[in-house]
Structure formats: C-alpha cells, structure tokens
Design a protein around this ligand. Structure first.
Ligand code: SF4
Length: 320
C-alpha cells in the first residue's frame, strides 16, 4: 500500500512527517492484528485515504461493508455512512473515528419529519437518499444513492413518489424520470449549495477548454452549466475515459485529490473557493488510530429501527 501522499488541494494539506508515517504504520499493524478493515470515502483527507483498504463513494462503500470478512470496520466517512455499514453488517463492530462527523444534509430530516412528510402525502412511497440517518431509512420504502436514484425511482410502480431529503437531487431525478411525479422534501447539501453559477462562469473564463463535471447535489442552475452530471464514482469514471485533458470539478475538494492521484496526466481544477465538507474532514489520522486501538466510538442502532432501515437499503441493492 502506497503511503506517499499528494497535496490535498490546500484545504486540508498536512505535512507528511516521520511521526505521521509512523502513525500510519501503527494503524496498518493494528488492522492486521485485529482483523479490521478501513473503509474511506473519497472526500476524506489524503493521509487518511492512504491507510485505507478501500476508497469509494457511498454505494461502493456500502457494497464493501456488506461483503467484508473483517471483524471490525473502521469507517472513515460521516455518521450516516457508518450507520449504513452497521445496517449491512450488524454483527460486526463498526467504528467511526469522530462522532462529530455528521452531515448537514442528513440533519435536515428527522424520523418525525419523515413520518409527517409521508402523512401529508398518503399512499405515496418514500425514497430516501442514503444521506439520512437510520431512523429516516426505517420510515422509507427504499433508499438510493446519487448513482442509482433515477433507476430506483423508475423501479417503483407508483407514478407519484416522495423523495427526501435533497431537493436538488430530486430535481435531477425528475428530469430523468419524466413519467413520474416527484414530490421533494426541502433539504440540500450545504457544501454543494454554495456553488453558484457566477463561480462556474468565472472558472470557465480561466479554463475555456475544460469540461465541467458536476455532482447532482448542485443546484439545477449549476447543473445546466455542466457538460456531464454524475455521482462521485460517475465523475471519476467519466474523467478517466474522456480524451479531454482539463476538467472543472463541481463537488467536494476530496474528489480533486483522488482524480489527481488517478490521472496525473490530466488537469483538474475547482471553482474559488473550493467546496469543502467540514464534516468529512473531522476524521483525522490520530482519531483513526485511537478508535482502532481502543475500539471506541462503536455505531449502535436500536433494534426497533434496525430491521426496517436495513430493508430499505436491501431493496435498493436488489434494484441495482
Ligand atoms: S458533502 Fe454534503 S451530503 Fe456529503 S457529508 Fe458533507 S454535508 Fe453531507
């Protein structure tokens, strides 16, 4: 496993000192001793990604969590992702290095609000984005990720479908499922919300030959300016296959780091300021080491919601 690290786009750069390298080696030793696995989201800090066994987006991390043979999963991401790992691997110890690693979007809908949303539109199925807490998943008929949201909605027999919490992703899905009527909850991702058309315009003037690649959590006005819209994994795949050399990336800063690692011959730039999710950056190497050493910060889900929440994830997995 490579330990050398690139810069993390200036937002979260950290000097790779001998002490930090020693910490990375200690983490890997513990992973082997404890039969653990480290899963890291693409938006994580570079030095954290460097100790991971697997780096991916929400959907791929869920698949990895469901299939791992490890006894312990250290989830380097945010709380709802670690909860999803626990739902899929209920008998494993799932650890989150910092319990403050929440999600601004997931915070926008509680279980009570999900119940109210359903009650105000009786008879319609609720599709919830995976960026929700387990209590909301338990109220949902089926989950989705940004990779499969349109396919999940299309798979339902109903014409009218409730979608929570991201209204921007809901609008994107609506565009791709014209025979459905999507009723959206009023949430959004604060990190993508700050990306404005004027910022994209300014960047395009500096990089007129670049293709604009955007995540569907951006506003519809921003998505209108994109050459390609896709999930985190979709953006990576598109950039890799494209014969173009330069790309403006409209999503969280961590994807720039990953793209520059994967395709060093291409140029990836962002808007100014570069969007940066503070929740994702709560996870630091010291916290990964501490939670693995002490087996601290276990994810626990009440049994009353475990089964129902898990069912909504499994239904999604069956569709995709
Ligand atoms: S980028 Fe947005 S949706 Fe993703 S974890 Fe951060 S706040 Fe939540």
């Amino acid at each position: 496993m490579a330990i050398a690290l690139p810069s993390n786009d200036g937002t979260v750069a950290r000097e790779i000192t001998p002490e930090l390298r020693a910490m990375q080696r200690r983490i890997r030793d513990l992973v082997a001793q404890k039969n653990a696995v480290i899963l890291a989201h693409i938006y994580q800090r570079g030095e954290v990604q460097a100790v991971a066994d697997f780096i991916g987006d929400s959907l791929n991390l869920s698949r990895e969590a469901a299939s791992t043979k490890a006894d312990i999963i250290v989830f380097c991401g945010v709380h709802f992702m670690a909860e999803t790992a626990k739902l899929l691997s209920p008998n494993k110890l799932v650890l989150l290095p910092d319990m403050k690693a929440g999600c601004g979007m997931a915070d926008m809908i509680t279980g009570d609000q999900a119940r109210e949303f359903k009650a105000s539109h009786p008879g319609r199925p609720l599709v919830s984005y995976v960026n929700t807490f387990a209590e909301v998943k338990a109220e949902s008929d089926i989950c989705c990720t940004s990779t499969n949201a349109a396919r999940v909605v299309q798979s339902l027999p109903d014409r009218e479908v409730l979608f929570a919490p991201d209204r921007f992703l809901a609008a994107w899905v609506q565009k791709h499922t014209p025979d459905k009527k999507i009723i959206a909850f009023n949430g959004y991702c604060p990190t993508h919300f700050v990306i404005k058309p004027s910022m994209v315009e300014a960047r395009k003037k500096l990089s007129p030959d670049a293709l604009v690649l955007a995540h569907p959590e951006c506003s519809p006005e921003v998505l209108e300016m994109a050459d390609y819209v896709g999930s985190t994994q979709g953006l990576m795949d598109y950039a890799g296959k494209s014969d173009r050399r330069e790309f403006i990336i409209l999503t969280e800063s961590g994807l720039l780091l990953r793209l520059r690692e994967l395709y060093p011959e291409k140029r990836f730039v962002s808007i100014a300021p570069c969007p940066h999710c503070p929740y994702m950056k709560f996870v630091e190497l010291e916290k990964v080491l501490a939670c693995l050493e002490n087996e601290s910060n276990p994810i626990e889900i009440p049994t009353s919601i475990m089964l129902r929440a898990r069912t909504s994830i499994e239904r999604m997995m069956a569709v995709v």
